[in-house]
Design a binder for this molecule. Structure first.
Ligand code: NAP
Length: 305
């Protein structure tokens, strides 16, 4: 989406009343910064950081996600090594592979693509990853470090939203924020990151009473429920920043969780779907891989138990 840049902030343009927050442009800037960091790392250490990806089975969507991550690594100069395991691989074999990658100093980050086939436990596999290589930020150790306000590798999608807010110049400290959705993957870490940034956060879910009123109080409204166009224009506080994390496939293509057309005249700034949060997730994975390599090279215990 080509956006005008009348606000003088790269990646922020206008349409209707709200500024459009262009995740593609912001992600491109993030990737450029990672590429520069990788160059510095190679100059210092004589090797590039590398991401190891594990894909179990032949789920077509997962295969596309993994291949786009591998391609993104190459574009910023990160190495990658891909392990494609058969759908009937044993639990022991996957755990042994993760142990091997944990012990391999050439591997900076490890990603086990979820979901995995039913005979495997995605949570167990994820938790086997060394927290120092947990570039998805989804192990119990990483979640605990986030909850306790300790440094660590953060989950990519909420980290991407924080980067979008920062890039757009949205002040969150002292403001009211509402996060719709309380998943471990997104909603909970998002609420914790906003809290760490001094926002006052309401975490909403399917049992929240008077959801629209909760949303209307928010200066920053972040929707991640997986329900097309659920958030109506009347739910949005005039001038609020709206970040739409939802990805819903409909007859007319991808749509978010926010009724975009209705939100435009009300919101102060809004991220579109597609072209909003989506591109930020991979950019943050690349950033985490570089960060993990830097911490390992410093012998830092920042991300270890
Ligand atoms: P999830 O695990 O299915 O969680 C959905 C959350 O939404 C739950 O907490 C659920 O509440 C809440 N919810 C569902 N219906 C609701 C309703 N009618 N009112 C209020 N809350 C409701 O989903 P997720 O993994 O967090 O993903 C959410 C959306 O974000 C999906 O569309 C997904 O594709 C998208 N996503 C995008 C990216 C990206 O890179 N852009 C990354 C991750 C996710 P309960 O807990 O009460 O059930």
């Amino acid at each position: 989406m080509g956006l005008s840049n009348v606000y003088g902030v790269p990646g922020v343009g206008t349409r209707g009343r709200a500024k459009l927050i262009d995740g593609k442009a912001i992600a491109a800037a993030e990737r450029q910064a990672v590429a520069a960091g990788v160059e510095r790392f190679v100059a210092t250490h004589g090797r590039a950081p590398a991401l190891a990806t594990i894909l179990v089975g032949d789920d077509p969507a997962s295969a596309v996600y993994v291949s786009s991550k591998v391609k993104a690594c190459a574009e910023v100069g990160l190495g990658s090594v891909h392990h494609h395991l058969p759908a009937d691989v044993s639990r022991e074999a996957v755990l042994a592979l993760i142990d091997e990658l944990n012990a391999d100093s050439a591997v900076s980050g490890i990603l086990c693509q979820l979901p995995v086939p039913d005979h495997l436990d995605g949570i167990e596999l994820t938790n086997r990853i060394d927290p120092g290589k947990d570039v998805d930020g989804l192990t119990v150790a990483s979640a605990g470090r986030l909850a306790l306000g300790l440094p660590g590798l953060r989950p990519c999608t909420p980290a991407g939203v924080m980067a979008m807010l920062a890039h757009t110049g949205v002040e969150v400290a002292g403001r009211r924020a509402a996060v719709l959705g309380r998943s471990n993957l997104f909603g909970k870490p998002m609420a914790q990151m906003l809290t760490a940034a001094d926002a006052t956060v309401t975490l909403c879910h399917s049992r929240t009473l008077d959801l629209s009123a909760c949303c209307r109080e928010a200066d920053v409204l972040i929707a991640a429920v997986g329900r097309p166009a659920m958030v109506k224009g009347s739910w949005i506080k005039p001038g609020a920043t709206v970040i739409d994390v939802g990805i819903n496939r409909g007859p007319s293509g991808l749509v978010g969780d926010v009724d975009f057309a209705a939100a435009l005249p009300v919101a102060g700034a809004i991220s579109p779907v597609p072209g909003g949060v989506g591109p930020m997730t991979i950019a943050c994975l690349l950033r985490n891989t570089l960060r993990a390599a830097e911490l390992a090279a410093q012998g830092s215990s920042d991300t270890s138990y």
